[in-house]
Design a protein around this ligand. Structure first.
Ligand code: F6P
Length: 419
């Protein structure tokens, strides 16, 4: 399902920067964020076109601007990706991310002109990075690139460095006269914007301003079992059951053993009794409670069991089974509403450099997990986030690594219409 915001024209986000400046890292983060919010977004990576159509084995000489064959081939790939992006807009796409170096004014002018003909607005996102970041990027991402499969790491690094020099010899940073841009300097350190207006570009600025590249774990867990869970009732504000208190103790042991050694940890709960009580067992005294982390509001169905909902509101029950993402409980919320509501939490997660433990609820954690793992929106209401389990997500170069810890006690599962 698409969320369209009235005045949103189609938007091309055109990445700019020398190789190993984190362009693809930023592009993928933006892709994940915008798709999660319901904007139809697709990434067009020119490097992938080159690997697919020309082959991945080109050494640095191919990227030398004086190499006419190489230059011709690269231009062809850039145009092919551009035409595919324009086709994507023509078939309902809302945002296209054009991921290439785009280091010359001439190339950027060509992109702007092609987009203008089709009424597509262009915003450049230029990534500039210091030598330490470049070195880390080369080691973290380029050595695993399909361009260097089976090549000795030192040879690969030297070749990649030579490739960077070829691009640097023709690099022209984006200038004010070229239109709208966001310049990211040393990811998360400095951000410059020029002619940015409108709903989506402004939202992007607040997203990009929070980005950093400190990889620290995020733990997600639901509260311990509650009296309502025992009875199979949804919503409410009930207390932990005895098994729920046992879980809170198990979580405390897990915290001491696996979380605390990471140093200063942020602990966030909802404002509801069950998450606050779970956190109290940790005996930290410093959990932050967010209203945004409260469970999905079930409106007129709050406090009912799923069989009771089916009997009292058969049409509502059926509607939720058909479209669990878009379905909104009467006087309550839908999963789409929950995603909008937790968006500030996602931004804060991006901003935080400390590890974070979030103690929240099934629907809200599905939304956050879906964001962190880059899952399709349609999947979010069906993701598995069981009670008494900790999900440990560690951001890596492109995405998160996941581990699950079932701490027990084990419980019977109550499922809804379409869990
Ligand atoms: O059953 C526990 C619970 O957290 C309810 O409070 C909430 O309505 C439900 O899970 C959300 O899960 P689903 O969207 O699958 O009904």
């Amino acid at each position: 399902m698409t969320v369209r915001h009235g005045d949103n024209p189609t938007l091309a986000l055109v990445m700019v920067g020398l190789p190993a400046r984190g362009k693809t890292y930023v592009a993928r983060k933006v892709l994940r964020y915008l798709n999660w919010l319901g904007h139809q977004t697709r990434l067009f990576n020119v490097g992938n076109y080159r690997r697919e159509h020309i082959g991945s084995l080109q050494r640095h000489e191919f990227f030398d601007p004086r190499n006419e064959d190489g230059a011709r081939g690269r231009t062809q790939m850039a145009l092919m990706a551009l035409e595919d992006m324009l086709h994507w807009f023509a078939t309902g796409g809302e945002v296209g991310i054009y991921d290439a170096t785009n280091t010359t004014k001439e190339r950027r002018k060509l992109i702007v002109e092609r987009c203008r003909v089709q009424g597509v607005r262009v915003v450049f996102i230029e990534s500039i990075a210091n030598e330490a970041i470049v070195e880390a990027n080369v080691r973290a991402t380029k050595l695993d690139s399909p361009d260097y499969v089976g090549i000795d790491p030192d040879v690969a690094v030297a070749d990649f460095r030579a490739r960077i020099e070829h691009y640097a010899s023709v690099y022209e940073p984006v200038e004010e006269s070229e239109g709208s841009f966001i310049k990211l300097i040393d990811v998360g350190t400095q951000l410059t914007v020029n002619r940015i207006s409108g709903y989506l570009p402004s939202r992007l600025v607040s997203f990009l301003v929070n980005l950093h590249n400190v990889n620290r774990p995020i733990w997600l867990t639901r509260h311990g079992q509650t009296e309502f869970n025992v009875a199979g009732r949804i919503g409410g504000n009930s207390d932990l059951s005895e098994l729920g208190r046992n879980y809170a103790d198990a979580l405390k042991a897990f915290y001491d053993q696996r979380i605390a050694p990471h140093g200063e940890v942020e602990v966030w709960t909802s404002t509801l009794a069950r998450t606050v009580q779970t956190a109290e067992h940790l005996k930290l005294g410093t959990a932050l409670s967010w209203y945004a982390l409260n469970e999905i509001e079930a409106g007129v169905c709050d406090g009912m069991t799923y069989p009771e909902i089916r009997a009292s509101y058969p049409d509502e029950y059926a509607a939720r089974s058909r479209d669990k993402l878009g379905y909104r409980y009467p006087q309550g919320e839908s999963y789409m509403d929950v995603i909008e509501r937790v968006e500030p939490v996602a931004l804060e997660l991006e901003r935080q450099k400390n590890p974070v433990l979030i103690i929240s609820h099934q629907a809200v954690l599905r939304a956050l997990y879906g964001y962190l793992m880059g899952r399709d929106r349609e999947e979010i209401p069906h993701l598995s986030v069981p009670l008494h389990t900790v999900l440990e997500l560690t951001p890596k170069a492109y995405g998160c690594e996941e581990r699950r810890f079932a701490l027990g006690p084990n419980l019977p599962v109550h499922t809804g219409s379409s869990s």
